[in-house]
Design a protein around this ligand. Sequence first.
Ligand code: FAD
Length: 458
Amino acid sequence: MSTARDVAREATEALRTGVAGDVFVPGDPGYDQARQPWLLSVDERPAMVVEAESAADVIAAVRFARSHGLRIAPQCTGHGAGSLEPLDSALLLRTSRMRGVRIDPDAQTARTDAGTLWQDVTVSASDHGLAALAGTSPVVGVTGYMLGGGLGWLARCYGQAANSLTAAEMVTPDGQLVRTDPDHEPDMFWAVRGGGGSVGVVTALEMRLYPVREAFAGVLFFPLRRAAEVLHSWREWTTSVPDEVTSVGRIMRFPPLPEVPDQLRGQAFALVEAAYLGDAGTGAELIAPLRQLGPEMDTFATIPVSALGQLHMDPTEPVPALGDGALLTDFSAAATDALVAVAGPAADTPLTSVEIRHLGGALGRPASGAGAQPSIDASYLLYNIGFGPTSEAAAAVRGHTQAVKDALAPWQASSGHYNFADQPVTADAVLSPDSYRRIRQIKANYDPDGVIISAHPV
Ligand SMILES: Cc1cc2nc3c(=O)[nH]c(=O)nc-3n(C[C@H](O)[C@H](O)[C@H](O)COP(=O)(O)OP(=O)(O)OC[C@H]3O[C@@H](n4cnc5c(N)ncnc54)[C@H](O)[C@@H]3O)c2cc1C
């Protein structure tokens, strides 16, 4: 494989004049900014960065990489950069300038260009009374999220977002633009629906939307010292709620940063976040048992479905964060005690957030005509995150992230979740054995030379 030094200057200049976007190699002004992912804790040093403006730019970049012995790492925001292998011999192909959404209100579908962020879709869709299966963060890229499955506030009702994809346009590793859907390139279409981005570069996606205008949603904040009581109550409550409720039990230590709202800055809470896809009366009845615990703050209200992007309080600007997660077969009383012991009031931990997401509902039932993640064989998901602006701080976050995973190891499922494994573990650790076997075959057919670098290598 080549490095930046091997790629001749004249060839790089030819690529620069051949694309509408920009090309950077190490030493260029702008290279450091162009290589920087949203996760500032990840130091990507690719041989070249191409910021594509269009599918034609993607084709040109892929063909250039192939003829100069570079591998290709497609990336939009870099929220998933923690899962990537080193990019030294790679062309980092950024799609973040390819931002565009088209809603078809009659067909209830959206078409998104490869660099589109979730907030672009949720806001446009809500103008038509429609909802997309977005995740908790409004600034995560639609493409990376979809390729990895996609778990959001509508998940227990409508399943993983990837299974609502109806078509993908892709540039193959040999530089051809193809349309994939159930009737065209069906193997490739199966692979992009939850199997990661290892078989080509997505230039556009098409997906189903759902007729949801509003949700009864909010957060109950309790002092951290009540973590055991709150998480036990939430855990029990999750066993009886309908599929229209998706919720999270969480321990948060808000950093003392100016970006954090005054009432939360520097404070620690046990909290419950939930969204109910229904009317406020029924929603209030559903959350009554948790409200009866007497939270310090209660933000539940009927909100437009596009406002769900604020519920989880994910940072919207790039941060030096590191995290990791695991699927859990169960979150029993013993698991709750184990979590509170390692992350609760008595724990000295640098983790900003330790959360348990409730799965089940539609996520547990195989979706018809699904892709590489037809269902999730686990009832809950653990995800931890902390800030590591220095190498010492990053090491401490890594250590505590692992300690929480170790504490919950007795309940860990046999596979992980593609989008919540922030380490460069291979795809067999985040897909079921059947899906991994099939994706290996598809990867071998489309990318026999292993040119495409994806979040979890196949
Ligand atoms: C703050 C935060 C909140 C999150 N919340 C959720 C959540 O609620 N639900 C959930 O499911 N996940 C969530 N995630 C995980 C997130 O979905 C993944 O990290 C996802 O990969 C991000 O997609 P991206 O395009 O923004 O990131 P990127 O890092 O740009 O892309 C991730 C990977 O996707 C692939 N990829 C991206 N674009 C292309 C392309 N055009 N062609 C081919 N492959 C491509 C590549 O393999 C790339 O490495 C969250 C992550 C963070 C950091």
